[in-house]
Design a protein around this ligand. Structure first.
Ligand SMILES: NC(=O)c1ccc[n+]([C@@H]2O[C@H](COP(=O)([O-])OP(=O)(O)OC[C@H]3O[C@@H](n4cnc5c(N)ncnc54)[C@H](OP(=O)(O)O)[C@@H]3O)[C@@H](O)[C@H]2O)c1
Length: 301
């Protein structure tokens, strides 16, 4: 039986990855941080999930012991430099000592390999973790998926406002953009875990590629609601807005979402060539269907 250690198991993607692995009869070791009682409860029902209490920044050899006998390490952690850089490097060093063959880093982004340092503060953390673990005996399989629809649909993202019925977009709306869901990403992750030929390759998988004009139409069809499309500005205007915010921000979160938007609407973050054909068993959710499900129960205005 395959054994997989999941760091970040209590997070949004991590929980789905654990479910996808269990559906494939994989034995899971789920890392749960001390004090996260809700996280523990989520896995308590399944004897094939071993709860490992700890933090990826833990020093000493406890992580190594817990990684012994593991075939693949999956990281879906999200956080600051201490977790994403220092923590993931610490985890890979522990996995090296334990003899783990492969790992999937917590990348799950647009084409971060095409972005330069300085273009996106959160992508920089993941790029740095990748640079510091390159050459490790634990072979990496980064998975890139574009943008999560589940996140874009949040009002705080600034694109879609169901309250006011508006869709705000930067750029001309004609640049193709990659969209995926958390649930499909968990399925692809489980497939990559069970696919030894993915070792040392970047897996690029996407639910659907649409321009923002097409996204707008798909959202309207799926939700059954009209959304007024408002162009906020050009890609150049977006760059200037990011620089303006950077100069006054007290927290990178004040501009990092716009940095993701810039990578999407400029085309620099576009993925290709895609590997969807390697995992034909996965039929990803299209954008229209995603919004049909996401807005179900909300009455049309
Ligand atoms: N492409 C996109 O549009 C997009 C959007 C969002 C996220 N992402 C990426 O998707 C991945 C998963 O994100 P998510 O939304 O699932 O994040 P999330 O819900 O915030 O989950 C993060 C997980 O990491 C764990 N964690 C953080 N620091 C840790 C540490 N030091 N030791 C052990 N565990 C630690 C958290 O534990 P606790 O539960 O104890 O806090 C949690 O389980 C990340 O790589 C993120 O960058 C991509």
């Amino acid at each position: 039986m395959t054994t997989v250690f999941v760091a970040g198991a209590t997070g949004r993607l991590g929980r789905l990855v654990v479910d996808s692995l269990r559906r494939r009869d994989v034995e899971v070791r789920a890392l749960v941080r001390p004090g996260n009682t809700e996280g523990r409860k989520a896995f308590a029902h399944d004897p094939a999930i071993k709860i490992v209490e700890g933090d990826i920044r833990d020093a000493g050899d406890r992580l190594t012991r817990e990684l012994e006998g593991v075939d693949v390490l999956v990281s879906t952690v999200f956080g600051d430099a201490e977790s994403v850089i220092d923590g993931q490097v610490n985890l890979v060093r522990a996995a090296e000592k334990a003899g783990v063959a492969r790992w999937i880093p917590s990348d799950f982004s647009l084409a971060m390999d095409r972005l330069d340092y300085g273009e996106n503060d959160l992508v920089d953390l993941r790029k740095k973790a990748g640079d510091l673990t390159r050459g490790s005996a634990v072979i990496s399989t980064p998975i890139l998926i574009g943008a999560f629809l589940d996140v874009l649909n949040m009002p705080w993202y600034g694109w879609i406002d169901w309250e006011t019925g508006t869709f705000s977009y930067w750029g001309d709306g004609d640049q193709p953009v990659d969209f995926s869901t958390y649930a499909d990403t968990a399925e692809w992750t489980a497939e990559a875990v069970l696919d030894p030929s993915s070792a040392g390759r970047t897996v690029r998988v996407v639910g659907e590629v649409l321009t923002l004009k097409e996204l707008h139409q798909a959202m309207e069809r799926g939700s059954g609601r009209r959304l007024e499309a408002r162009q906020v500005g050009s890609v150049e205007d977006l760059g200037a807005e990011i620089e303006r915010l950077k100069a006054v921000a007290t927290d990178p979160m004040e501009y990092v979402l716009l940095q993701y938007t810039r990578a999407m609407v400029s085309g620099k973050g576009k993925l290709g060539p895609l590997d969807n054909h390697r995992y034909p068993g996965i039929k990803p959710t299209g954008v229209e269907e995603f919004f049909r499900q996401a807005t179900r129960g909300h009455s049309a205005p």
